[in-house]
Ligand binder design. Sequence first.
Ligand SMILES: Nc1ncnc2c1ncn2[C@@H]1O[C@H](COP(=O)(O)OP(=O)(O)OP(=O)(O)O)[C@@H](O)[C@H]1O
Length: 284
Amino acid sequence: MKIEVKGLTKKYGNKLALNNISFTLDGPKIYGLLGRNGAGKTTFMDILSGHNTESSGEILIDGENPFDNQRLTELICLIKEGQNFSKDLKVKNVLKIYPFFYPNWDQELAENLIKEFNLNPNSKVKMLSKGMESALGITVGLASKAPITIFDEPYIGLDAPSRKKFYEIMLEEYQEQPRMIIFSTHLIDEVSLLFEEVLILREGSLVLQEESEILRNNTIAVSGTIEEVEAFVSDKEVIEKKQLAGMMTAYVYGTVEEAKMYGLTVEGVPIQELMIYLTERKGA
Ligand SMILES: Nc1ncnc2c1ncn2[C@@H]1O[C@H](COP(=O)(O)OP(=O)(O)OP(=O)(O)O)[C@@H](O)[C@H]1O
């Protein structure tokens, strides 16, 4: 499926939550949607899922607007950080109702996940802990097999082993049957390796859209004397520079081979470090 975002703007009163963003997501991939609190991620995902409307600009999914669009509703599954389900529903009823919304629903996967996360089918949603409710959301998101599956901070309260399980199963499912998965999270260091493409929002603007492979291969940390490093980086995009006792280390877009020609010490930059840095960098 293809998502085209054109000049998308959302205002809440005077607050500009999305400021004229444009980009395209094309085909099955795991996308990381990153940004600090209030960057506009949830607003974007709500509009994409047809749960909210834009102030101006548009989102087109395979050429159609998602708002109030029955055909697209069954192709998009949005799992939020909580309040995905009515409190009086039992877990087993969630598994009976959701197949009606999603034509590709995988009941076997849903039942396996319920067991995997130790959810009691007879428990009502209101009796579940925060982590268990998140596990139910994750179960529905994965089992929906919706061609566009969106996870907005889906794991509040979920412990580290359960999150690990979630990532593993998500990857297995994706490899078996690729689909578009859009994943918003603040736990970048945990999930960065899953992303194939990364989008970073800052204060409502899109500041980066890049394939992880390119971020991974084209970013290096070079070290040497201040003069040597400054000479090397003079024509490059510098992410960060640090100086210590006459020596300098710089994170830049460049290749290992190039840096070696300058006689510099060169290392790759861990992708999670880079993403965390890019998310936080002012004025990027
Ligand atoms: N219903 C609303 N009414 C008024 N302002 C809103 C509303 N929803 C969001 N905002 C504002 O819009 C901006 C973007 O919010 P949004 O929830 O989209 O960000 P986010 O990136 O998802 O943040 P977080 O990571 O904290 O969930 C914020 O400044 C927020 O306060």
